[in-house]
Design a protein around this ligand. Sequence first.
Ligand SMILES: *Cc1c(COP(=O)(O)O)cnc(C)c1O
Length: 356
Amino acid sequence: MRPAQALIDLEALRHNYRLARRLGGGKALAVIKADAYGHGAVACARALEAEADGFGVACIEEALELRRAGITKPVLLLEGFFDAAELPLIVEHGLWTAVASQWQVDALAAFRTEAVLTVWLKLDSGMHRLGLSVEEFRAAHARLSALPQVGPMVLMSHFARADELDSARTQEQVDTFARAIDGLAGETSLCNSPALLGWPQVRSDWVRPGLMLYGADPLYPQPSPHAAQLRPVMTLQSRVIAVREIGVGEPLGYGARFVAEKPTRVGVVAMGYADGYPQFAPNGTPVLIDGVPGRLIGRVSMDMLTVDLNDHPQAGLGSVVQLWGNAPTLSELAPRCNTSAYRLPCSLKRAEKVYL
Ligand SMILES: *Cc1c(COP(=O)(O)O)cnc(C)c1O
């Protein structure tokens, strides 16, 4: 069997959830959209269900996958519904919905049901992606509060630059939020992972951790005392399936991106960009070879990549090569490959997921 595997440590996931909840000081919605950032939404929801206050997903398809798997905890549609036709399903499955655009307010007002919906009303406090302006927000709050089909609302907003600890923007967004909710009834929800880890002065009733649940540090390389407590959840690994010796001046792999300057022992590893490993990882990208730091050489191909075994005399056929996990971490690897710690696990494909 092909040895490419993503080992997923569900105890580490629970540890990170508890840390997020403790830092937030209130309730925590575990964000498991995009198949839990590639970690498997159903498995992650099951692992967290006993203690999570709720789950956040991107769309009703993701929510229904959780319900079909027997998850009964609250599930919030972070972008709300895409079409008023989803509203009966939202009621049927007891989902929570964000309301982030004026047309969604209108659709909700026109929707007839015996049920009482939980609505997270979203303010655009400065990101300018989704959310209502301050005036629209206050008007929508008044209008929705008067509707029998709308229950207590959670007042939410989302930060654009919380990962930049020296940016004034996050505090400006907090101030805009405070102005918008002044005098309005409802719990509040502000913090994503970077805000939880980097902005302890920002507080709300609900936090919405995503990336940090999976053990990646969104503030890297800025120092962050809490991020040091995160435990990586996914370890991507495979094995050496062939060993080659190449002479001085000989090229390796597609495009001869690596040319040997000395006799080089090369390990061929069953892992490629079709598994989600970044195609443009440069020569020298760190890997672990049987637990010892080593480096990638040559261009990553669809199903294979190559590593330098010169400093690993003990390594050979069958050696375990770790591509990310406790080392290199997603946060260390991402900037070297011109990508982000968010995107790396989201790209996971084909490699077998093994839950620990
Ligand atoms: C994805 C998402 C989050 C989680 O963000 P992280 O940076 O991964 O913690 C929180 N809130 C909303 C609205 C989101 O869409």
